[in-house]
Write a protein that binds this ligand. Structure first.
Ligand SMILES: [Zn+2]
Length: 118
């Protein structure tokens, strides 16, 4: 399952390769990557400074979310295949609050999974 998400992220033709996994009671509802598609409500900067009006991985799966769902988001480096920082930006955080996501798991700079309450 992570393999599929990794492949999606790595083949998105973007500088950053992120994927989000929407889960409901241990079931995977939807996997989405960050894409070149712009999101109408969404013109923001990444935490690391890159500016984008492109769709973040979280936003890509949020359309399918129901209250109480969980989102996992990771960023993978093409060169090493290792996970790195994917902490949701404030805009995604707000959107996830509105969607009543229970919590988010994301990878930090070391590729370690962290949990963020929403
Ligand atoms: Zn975001």
């Amino acid at each position: 399952m992570y393999y599929k998400a990794e492949q999606l992220a790595l083949n998105n033709n973007r500088t950053y390769h992120l994927a989000a996994i929407l889960r409901r009671k241990r079931r995977v509802v939807r996997i989405g990557e960050n894409t070149n598609k712009t999101h109408p409500d969404f013109k923001r900067a990444y935490p690391d400074g890159a500016y984008a009006s492109h769709m973040h991985a979280e936003m890509n799966v949020l359309r399918f979310a129901r209250p109480g769902d969980i989102i996992e988001v990771f960023r993978i480096k093409k060169e090493t295949g290792k996970y790195t920082m994917a902490k949701p930006c404030s805009f995604c955080h707000t959107a996830m609050q509105k969607a009543e996501i229970r919590y988010v798991r994301y990878t930090d700079w070391n590729g370690t999974w962290k949990i963020m309450k929403i």
